[in-house]
Design a protein around this ligand. Structure first.
Ligand SMILES: [Zn+2]
Ligand SMILES: [Zn+2]
Length: 161
């Protein structure tokens, strides 16, 4: 906090773990670092990142650490429909995600208007609401461009029929 946003150091990660009442271990540090470095990564890519750092680490160990970090609120887990679970370190701001239907790319989307309006349900049906999870589905710029160049000739043939 304070300095420029992002690029936390090992000391910061140790402080985060202790602040969440988690013992500082090498796997926890490595996983937390990997999630910060690769927003929206899935478990498999986090495992390979952690392995380049620590050498051989079991899948189970990384799963366990991810669960502990998620439960402690240091990491946020979300799972778009049809995708495996993703993890990110941008926590606590209730931001949303936009997912490309074509290639599965994911980007962050801030709350659309004003101050977390998505948290305010028109009718909460008596529930105490703590979080709103919104996923926008669409096409990323790369796929939209690729598709435009591919589709133009086909649309012309369609029109002639
Ligand atoms: Zn795409
Ligand atoms: Zn995100």
């Amino acid at each position: 906090m304070g300095k420029t946003r992002g690029v936390p150091t090992t000391v910061d990660f140790e402080r985060m773990l202790r602040g969440a009442a988690l013992r500082v271990t090498r796997p926890r540090l490595a996983v937390l670092t990997a999630v910060h470095a690769h927003p929206h990564a899935d478990t498999d890519s986090l495992i390979s990142t952690v392995r380049t750092e620590l050498g051989e680490v079991s899948h189970q160990a990384v799963y366990d650490v991810l669960r502990a970090l998620t439960e402690a609120g240091l990491v946020r887990r979300f799972q778009p429909m049809g995708s495996v679970a993703r993890y990110e370190a941008r926590i606590g701001d209730n931001h949303h995600h936009v997912v490309c239907r074509t290639c599965g790319a994911i980007a962050d989307v801030d709350c659309a208007v004003g101050y977390t309006p998505c948290l305010t349900a028109a009718d909460a049906a008596g529930y105490e609401i703590g979080e709103a999870e919104v996923i926008y589905w669409g096409r990323c710029p790369e796929c939209a461009t690729a598709n435009a160049t591919n589709e133009t000739p086909r649309q012309e043939t369609d029109r002639r029929v």
